[in-house]
Structure formats: structure tokens, C-alpha cells
Design a protein around this ligand. Structure first.
Ligand SMILES: *Cc1c(COP(=O)(O)O)cnc(C)c1O
Length: 378
């Protein structure tokens, strides 16, 4: 059996160990310290737009914190993109609130502005104004933020951007995650950069970020003893993990180039195959980090499952797209608005190996495995 090719594996630069070493030498082995501060600064500089950053223990924790800051309580309704990873929606349930799922639109695969507005109007008619909107930038592709933000403003509903997969992506030249009231990032092992596990809450509202730091380190009031006037969480990032993050920030621009170049490679290679379509930037306002290269199989000769099994048999990792949340058993009772665009995408969509550490040999092997299967001459 040939060596395994992974979907998206961690890719260290050169400086991560230096920052970790510093943490050990100074004994900052805690969920605070110079690396945490440094990593937050690095992210603030990279994202621009006067954004403030709180480094947390995961993207999921950051989403949970975002909903807490927006005051989401039991019985509230929160709108969420249906096609996403479960971590986008789970924090709604942590708060005892109800998710209301919204379909995707064809060009970005992200939240459909049309169904978003339909959902808002219908929920209001049924007696509850949704308390927040969670929009996701899947696979690095920016959602239609102009329309989504303008709808949200019209109904005065705050927006949380799940940019876990989209660090480095921009819309109209502005970093995704900085359009809404609060954004979140993830540094899980499979993301474009990693801290082994970690996340961040980002906002142009300094008050939110200040409060996120306070609540995520157990909400200790200023007193010599342990005094608490709020429920706290243990969600802060460790100074050791933040050391990895500082090293990774030095190679982030390169990682974006590498992921985008994987996408270009596949695009060129599959141009000759009928029935393979790509998730593409729909226009000049969109810049995707192409975290994962995702394709749709629209061929009469082979299906998504054919290709998935063929790649897996050759020890090449690949995945169907995220299964929509409104089709998940755990959210079976949640309201949903749409015409099943996301379900259709799920049926025919596949994520190809997309790590920034793929070699040309790896890419050639993936492409020739698919060529062999579909019978295109090289
Ligand atoms: C990875 C991911 C998350 C969760 O991030 P963690 O750091 O793994 O908790 C949330 N949303 C999306 C869309 C993701 O891909």
C-alpha cells in the first residue's frame, strides 16, 4: 500500500519550537503569558480593520463565548447556516436556545440571503425575533456578506461570523470575520494554521473582547480572594499552544499561497474531465484561502461515491461535504428554511486532499488515480 495522503494535516514552520522553548524557559506554562499576548497581537495586525482578538481554547469555545456575549438564553432562537460543521450549531444548544437552519446558495455554498430573510420574517410572524445569525465561510469561501449584513441590520439582529475555515480570506478586500458583530477563528489541527487545538474570538468592539478574556478565565473579579459576580468558563488558550500559533503566523501568507496553488493545480488537471465542477470565487470581491479544494460531481459516468471509494482504496483521504445540520438526527426537530440546495451539494460534493504540505508527487498521484478511474488519457 502506498503512503497515506491526508486531507489536511498540520504543517509546521521553523519558529514554533523557538516560541515553545521560550515558554518553558520562562515557565509560562499557563493559559496566559507572553505568547498568548503576542499571538493576539499578530492576529490583530494580520486581520487589520481595528479588530481586537481573544485567544481561546477552541473555535467551538469562541462560538459559545460569542453567544454568551450576545446574551443568548434558553428559549431564544438563533439562525444558523445549515451546511456547516456541527460545531457552528452546538453552542446554540449549549445555551438552551433553538437553532433555526437556513439553506445555502449555489455560488458560495454559504448562507442564502433570500432564505435568511424568509426565515427572519417567518420567525417574527410566529412570535419570536431571532437573537443572532451565525454565518459560515465554508472551505474558505466568503459568504455574501453585503446582502447578509444589510438584512441583519434591517432587522437589528447581530451577526456572528464562523471564519474557522477562512483565516486569510477576504471579501471586498476586508478580512472575513470582521464584518459581523463578532467573528471566530479555529486553530484545530486540520485548519490552515494550527495551535494543535485553539481558537479566537474577534471583534471591532473592544468591550466584547475584553469581556471574552474575563469570562473565559473563570470570571474572577478584582479582589485578593476568589470573588465572582458572573458565571465563568475555562476557555483561555495556553501559552504553550500560543507559541505554536506565533510560529504559524510567520508562515500564514505562505500557507495561503500553497492552499490556493493546490486548488489551481486540481483545476487545471481536471479541466479535461467533464462533470467535475469546483467551488470557485464568484467574482472579484471574493478572495478564498481555498482551505479545502471542494468539487461537485455532475457526471453521468461516475458518482461522488465512486470517486471517494476509489481514492480511499488508494490510501488517499477525501471527504464528502459537510452534511447539512437540518438533516442531522440531533437537530431533526429544528426549523429549516430553504429549497435543499445544501442537501443537493452534499450528495455530489467531495473535498480533495488540500494540505499546504502536499508534494508535487502527492498531487500527481491524486490526479492520476482519478484519471485512471474515469479513463482520461494523460
Ligand atoms: C473547525 C470548525 C469549527 C470548530 O473549531 P474547533 O477549534 O475545532 O472547536 C467551527 N466551525 C467550523 C465551520 C469549523 O470548520
Amino acid at each position: 500500500m502506498k503512503e497515506k495522503i491526508w486531507l489536511s494535516s498540520p504543517h509546521m514552520g521553523e519558529k514554533e519550537m523557538v516560541y515553545i522553548q521560550e515558554a518553558f524557559e520562562s515557565n509560562w506554562i499557563a493559559p496566559l503569558g507572553p505568547n498568548v499576548n503576542g499571538f493576539e497581537k499578530d492576529l490583530e495586525t494580520f486581520l487589520g480593520n481595528n479588530v481586537h482578538v481573544a485567544a481561546l481554547s477552541s473555535g467551538t469555545a469562541a462560538l459559545h463565548m460569542a453567544l454568551i456575549l450576545l446574551g443568548i438564553k434558553a428559549g431564544d432562537e438563533v439562525i444558523c447556516q445549515s451546511m456547516t460543521f456541527a460545531a457552528s450549531a452546538n453552542p446554540i444548544a449549549y445555551q438552551g436556545a433553538t437553532p433555526v437552519f437556513v439553506d445555502s446558495e449555489e455560488s458560495t455554498w454559504n448562507m442564502s440571503p433570500e432564505y435568511l430573510e424568509e426565515a427572519i420574517q417567518d420567525r417574527i410572524k410566529k412570535g419570536k425575533t431571532p437573537k443572532a445569525i451565525i454565518v459560515v465561510h465554508l472551505y474558505g469561501m466568503p459568504a455574501r456578506m453585503d446582502e447578509i449584513i444589510s438584512i441583519a441590520r434591517r432587522y437589528e439582529i447581530p451577526v456572528v461570523e464562523d471564519a474557522a475555515e477562512a483565516l486569510g480570506s477576504t471579501y471586498n478586500g476586508k478580512a472575513v470575520g470582521t464584518f459581523g458583530d463578532i467573528g471566530i477563528l479555529s486553530f484545530n489541527g486540520n485548519k490552515i494554521i494550527t495551535t494543535s487545538g485553539g481558537g479566537a474570538l474577534i471583534s471591532t468592539n473592544a468591550e466584547y473582547v475584553h469581556k471574552a478574556r474575563f469570562l473565559s478565565s473563570q470570571a474572577r473579579d478584582a479582589a485578593p480572594h476568589y470573588e465572582h459576580s458572573h458565571i465563568g468558563y475555562n476557555y483561555r488558550m495556553s501559552n504553550v499552544c500560543a507559541g505554536i500559533g506565533r510560529g504559524q503566523m510567520e508562515v500564514l501568507p505562505l500557507r495561503i499561497k500553497q492552499r490556493r496553488s493546490n486548488y489551481q493545480y486540481y483545476k487545471k488537471a481536471f479541466a479535461a474531465i467533464e462533470g467535475i465542477e469546483f467551488l470557485e470565487e464568484p467574482g472579484k470581491s471574493y478572495f478564498s484561502n481555498h482551505w479545502l479544494t471542494a468539487i461537485l460531481i455532475k457526471s453521468s459516468n461516475f458518482t461522488r461515491e465512486d470517486l471517494r471509494m476509489c481514492l480511499n482504496e488508494n490510501n488517499i483521504d477525501c471527504r464528502p461535504l459537510w452534511k447539512p445540520m437540518h438533516l442531522q438526527p440531533v437537530f431533526a426537530d429544528a426549523p429549516y428554511y430553504g429549497n435543499d440546495t445544501c442537501a443537493r451539494l452534499f450528495d455530489i460534493g467531495l473535498c480533495l486532499p488540500s494540505g499546504s504540505n502536499l508534494t508535487t508527487t502527492d498531487l500527481e498521484r491524486i490526479v492520476s488515480t482519478i484519471y485512471d478511474y474515469v479513463g482520461v488519457p494523460i
